[in-house]
Design a protein around this ligand. Structure first.
Ligand code: C2O
Ligand code: CU
Ligand code: CU
Length: 492
């Protein structure tokens, strides 16, 4: 039901559209020197499709969670209580914080338990998110709804951008889901769900199917989060209009980057500015990629292409007849300090590949094998990093405190993997030896690594020295992460 075919057909049927849900904001309550947030992980149900009810997970609600507003340099104290009846975690994606506050797989919150981490917000202003990171189970929990957005504000930032939440500053959590005829969202029902990751045929934006938004200002700021489990979006507008990317994962870019298409992999964020004329209608779409698109070469290309490169609608805009002139487009946004390559004292290599262990030149350590079985190529559907699978008690990398490192990311598999590193933001040095495009010159915590690509990133490891408690790095296709495409590092 509601396959992508009918999605496209719905274009002319405006009665089928629903107003875009805008997640509630939560700025916490100030006491004892910190902003305090109470987050309840809970079960719920929601009607995504007319007449049908879907069992869901949510945070302080039925599906997804509130948009948390943090201020740069404030302290935040979280009270996360797990009412799901199963173990969970909550991870603050993109944040530079002590490992015990990170909310990764080691900070498991048992059923009916409370987890109370606190940390200083040292991030730049920008768009981040939070989600379940429970060992082997993040995919299923995020799919049901355990995720939300975080906006970091900075009163000292003096660039004039639309900032009226829900009016000209709109958060968009884009996800794809697959519904059964009874309205349920079964997880992992097909072979390819485990290999390519879980992809659906129905798009949700902030939980709304077939959404419409009616801007009342000329300029809109869209904070786009790819909150899907596996799907990469190739965003654009139905009339191919230009828009401007102003922010990446970890804050504002130096200057707006004009684009007509923007590829956003799982967990990546982009802030964009787009202009409207009074009364006009236009749709944010997934722009179909040409069959020659080089992302998926090789034998499995047809299967992946059909899943990941087709065109469909995401969010319809119907501008109001009168539009307020809210802001102009700034020419300058930020002055990003480029981490010098020469400052790096160590280089590590991370090979994103298929299968695990046992091949010559690979270390066959405690990460080998998995509860999900193994095997070669797509036959086993197993992805690994440096030939290993995540093992809870094995630290893959020990990094010297207060150093800068270059990480070389390679990909020997036939599909793109979005590589994510915990504990902060890095910069991309180059892709196959060439500087990244302008919209990848800002702070990043997740980077696409295509087949046969060599992506070099540079990162600083400051603060939070802790020999015992690791941070994660992993592919952010959640089914890959859950099946072992993850490793651990400590800062010593
Ligand atoms: Cu979005 Cu390891 O996290
Ligand atoms: Cu993360
Ligand atoms: Cu992957």
């Amino acid at each position: 039901m509601l396959g992508l075919g009918s999605w496209v057909r719905a274009q002319d049927d405006s009665s089928a559209r629903s107003p875009l849900n805008i997640p509630a904001q939560d700025s916490g309550t100030f006491s004892a020197g910190a902003s305090n947030f109470e987050l309840n992980l809970q079960r719920g149900s929601h009607s995504f499709l007319p007449g049908l009810t879907t069992e869901t997970f949510g945070i302080n609600g039925n599906y997804l969670g509130p948009t948390l507003r943090f201020k740069r340099n404030e302290r935040v104290a979280m009270q996360v209580s797990n009412r799901l009846g199963e173990p969970s975690t909550l991870h603050w994606h993109g944040f530079h914080l002590p490992p015990l506050a990170d909310g990764g797989p080691h900070q498991e919150i048992a059923a009916n338990q409370l987890w109370s981490p606190a940390f200083d917000v040292v991030q730049f202003a920008g768009t981040y998110w939070y989600h379940s990171h429970v060992m082997h189970g993040s995919g299923g929990q995020v799919y049901k709804g355990l995720a939300g957005m975080i906006i970091v504000d900075d009163d000292d930032q003096d660039v004039a951008l639309p900032n009226s939440y829900g009016v000209d500053d709109i958060s968009l959590i884009i996800q794809d889901r697959r519904f059964s005829d009874d309205g349920s969202m079964p997880y992992l029902t097909r072979y390819e769900d485990r290999v390519m990751g879980m992809m659906g045929d129905t798009i949700l934006v902030n939980g709304t199917v077939n959404p419409v938004l009616s801007p009342r200002t000329r300029l809109l700021r869209l904070r786009v989060l790819n909150g899907s489990n596996a799907r990469t979006y190739n965003l654009g507008f139905s009339d191919n209009r230009a828009f401007y990317q102003i922010g990446s994962d970890g804050g504002l870019l130096d200057a707006p980057v004009q684009l007509t298409q923007l590829q956003l992999a799982v967990a990546e964020r982009a802030e964009i500015l787009v202009e409207f004329d009074p009364g006009e209608e236009v749709t944010l779409v997934n722009v179909e990629l040409p069959p020659s698109f080089p992302e998926f070469p090789g034998a499995m290309s047809e299967m992946m292409r059909s899943l990941n490169t087709q065109g469909f609608e995401i969010l319809h805009f119907r501008a109001q007849a009168q539009l307020e002139d809210n802001r102009g487009l700034p020419s300058r946004l930020n002055d990003i300090y480029r981490l010098p390559e020469a400052a790096a004292t160590n280089t590590r290599t991370f090979r994103l590949g298929m299968g695990a262990g046992m091949r010559s030149g690979e270390d066959a350590g405690p990460g080998r094998g998995s509860r999900n079985g193994r095997g070669g190529g797509f036959g086993g559907g197993q992805f690994s990093i440096n030939g290993r699978l995540m093992a809870e008690n094995y630290i893959n990398e020990r990094i010297d405190f207060n150093t800068t490192e270059i990480w070389e990311l390679t990909n020997t598999s036939p599909m793109m993997h979005p590589f994510h590193v915990h504990n902060g933001q890095f910069q991309i040095l180059d892709r196959n030896g060439s500087p990244p495009p302008d919209n990848e010159m800002g702070w990043k915590d997740t980077v696409k690594v295509g087949p046969s690509e060599l992506v070099r990133i540079v990162m600083r490891f400051t603060d939070f020295r802790d020999e015992e408690n690791p941070y994660m790095y992993h592919c952010h296709i959640l089914e890959h992460e859950d099946r072992g495409m993850m490793g651990q590092f400590v800062i010593v």
